[in-house]
Design a binder for this molecule. Structure first.
Ligand code: TYD
Length: 129
């Protein structure tokens, strides 16, 4: 989890993410998840090369990261923090609160061939020599 700088005054808050701050990869794509039903589980895949930063810009949700051996569950509930997800993690996003939105900053353009969508294939790939 890394801090996302914000300018706050009596008119509200403005969060900023830009190249090299607060994370060291060039952003090639931005996408966002919203209107996600509370019972939905998003993700359920890994990326071979893609770096991402995930920010709960509204509401809250949980992100489970699995490196093929260990699982860690992160609660994202503040626009002032981002979860950096390097390549090689199986991720699931779940427990979305009503009205929540996930902003995802990504290091590469959309590339279906970068996805691993089969969990057994992922574990084999992640734990190879
Ligand atoms: P997917 O990556 O499976 O979403 P999630 O991991 O949040 O469940 O993508 C859902 C759909 O959107 C799928 O048909 C691919 C498409 N998509 C794009 O066209 N461009 C993108 O940048 C992304 C992330 C997804």
């Amino acid at each position: 989890m890394i801090p996302v700088p914000a300018m706050r005054d009596e008119l509200g808050a403005l969060g900023v993410v830009e190249k090299d701050s607060p994370f060291p990869f060039p952003i090639k794509r931005v996408y966002f998840l919203y209107d996600v039903p509370a019972e939905a589980v998003r993700g359920s895949h890994a990326h071979k090369a893609l770096h991402q930063l995930i920010i709960a810009v509204a509401g809250s949700f949980r992100v489970e990261l699995d490196d093929g051996r260990t699982r860690t569950d992160f609660q994202l509930s503040s626009p002032a923090q981002g979860l950096a997800v390097p390549p090689g993690y199986w991720r699931t996003l779940h427990d979305f609160s009503a009205g929540s939105a996930a902003l995802v900053l990504a290091s590469e353009e959309y590339d279906p061939s970068d996805y691993i969508r089969d969990y057994d294939v992922f574990v084999e790939w992640a734990t190879r020599g």
